[in-house]
Design a protein around this ligand. Structure first.
Ligand code: 2IT
Length: 445
């Protein structure tokens, strides 16, 4: 395989899609050696087929705001790969959403879902609609208009969306409600639904909980434990919340959270009622963390800054792609960080990852660390198919098992002769091999 040739042809075909090209480059660099050991993959043009989505659906979403004004947004669903199972992946509502971002997310999702051990293909969708400052009625009308276009491409064994940035239980509820009205069937085609109508217990916490189970495994490999460790978290959404909750429960001390306006450093730890403060800040719809210090005056707000300048044992990016860059990585390394686990999708830039790996800092990528979210979505699909609801203990036990298994796969494929575990390589090779085998066995499609 000539990676540079494949990448330059992709660049020519999809100019300017920088996040998508970044995600593809990372995977190809990691799988190059194993790919070359399998001439049958090259003959079947597995890479060329895998890097292009099966299909992209784009549509216009028109809705009426509270002032009676007509608004138009763009809507997308990137159905990336269904070699392993139905298309599965979240929906993102954020002003920054574009095709490059959704293609990178759909591509990543394909390998992540492969790692979960569950039969799910990869997809992602969303809109450039910004929920910031919108009323509940506006959110509902937007969600309904979005589904009015997308519903015909969805189904429990076809494509099952869920939440992502800007899409939580409220938005999933409105979208699923409209979907059900249109198809007149109660096949739980969305995950992340409310508990009273087919949702799974632990799904809201699952991404953060799963990430911490993964981090526990990473520490265990170093004969270490999470007890007493200081943790920097970025973001203050659903994922950051779940991660903070579990980190506290396991005996770590979370010292930061962040928003688009800057970050909070809380020397006493973001714990107890402060975790509820995070949810309240999120629910306010303002997308800022500064008001935290009004309630907890011991904490400090750093406007326009990122939490990576603080000295901590563990860094957990939980906000969005490329939120931790090369300079941030150097700062963390200089401050003696022990471990960096991406909870956001592609949270670290390639320069940051290079810095971690060069300095043998333990780093794990989002597609392994945050897979507990979609894995629990897979468990929600199982419960829906069986028309029953499992207890929290049952779901948590399965989530634990899945995260351990993802960690094992990373160790198997990512341990270098020196003993250093390259989790990025491990996750990419393990995910790639499963998708590649599934594609090979099902013929040229
Ligand atoms: O990035 C992700 O894995 C998600 N946003 C969750 C996707 C899902 O289908 O639960």
């Amino acid at each position: 395989m000539d990676i540079n040739k494949i990448l330059s042809s992709l660049e020519a075909k999809h100019p300017g899609e920088k996040e998508y090209l970044q995600a593809v480059r990372e995977v190809l660099l990691c799988v190059e050696d194993v790919y070359n050991e399998h001439p049958e993959f090259e003959k079947a043009k597995i890479i060329e087929r895998m890097v292009e989505p099966d299909r992209i659906i784009t549509f216009r979403v028109t809705w009426v705001d509270d002032n009676g004004e007509v608004q138009t947004n763009l809507g997308y669903r990137v159905q990336f790969n269904k070699a392993i199972g139905p298309y599965k992946g979240g929906i993102r509502f954020h002003a920054s959403v574009n095709l490059s971002i959704l293609k990178f997310l759909g591509f990543e999702q394909t390998f992540k879902n492969a790692l979960t051990t569950l039969p799910m293909g990869g997809a992602k969708g969303g809109s450039d609609f910004s929920p910031r400052g919108k009323s509940d009625a506006e959110i509902m009308r937007f969600c309904q208009a979005f589904i009015l276009e997308l519903w015909k491409n969805l189904g429990p064994d076809r494509d099952v969306p869920a939440g992502d940035i800007g899409v939580g239980a409220r938005e999933v509820g409105y979208m699923y409600g409209m979907y059900k009205k249109l198809v007149d069937e109660c096949t739980g085609t969305f995950t992340g639904k409310g508990l009273d109508f087919g949702g799974s217990r632990i799904r809201p916490e699952a991404t953060g909980f799963g990430a911490l189970y993964f981090v526990e495994n990473m520490l265990k490999m170093q004969n270490d434990s999470i007890k007493g460790k200081t943790v920097a978290i970025s973001g203050f959404g659903n994922v950051a919340w779940g991660a903070a909750l579990k980190a506290n429960e396991l005996g770590a001390k979370v010292v930061t959270i962040s928003g688009p306006d800057g970050y909070i450093y809380d020397p006493d730890g973001v714990s107890g009622d402060k975790i509820q403060t995070m949810l309240d800040l999120r629910a306010s719809g303002e997308d800022i963390v500064e008001p935290y210090i009004e309630q907890w005056p011991n904490a400090k707000f750093f406007p326009g800054k990122k939490p990576w300048e603080q000295k901590v044992d563990i860094a957990l990016p939980c906000a969005t792609q490329n939120e931790l860059d090369g300079d941030d990585a150097k700062q963390l390394i200089a401050n003696g960080v022990k471990m960096v686990a991406e909870v956001s999708n592609m949270g670290c830039t390639p320069e940051a990852i290079d810095a971690f790996i060069e300095s043998k800092t333990i780093y794990a990528p989002g597609k392994a660390v945050n897979a507990g979210g979609v894995a629990t979505s897979g468990l929600e699909m199982s419960q829906n198919a069986m028309h029953l609801q499992w207890s929290a203990e049952e779901v948590d036990e399965k989530l634990h098992y899945i995260m351990n298994s993802i960690h094992d796969q990373c160790v198997t494929y990512g341990t270098e002769p020196s003993g250093y575990i390259n989790y990025m390589k491990g996750a990419n090779i393990a995910g790639f091999m499963k998708v590649a085998r599934a594609m090979m066995e099902q013929g040229v499609l």
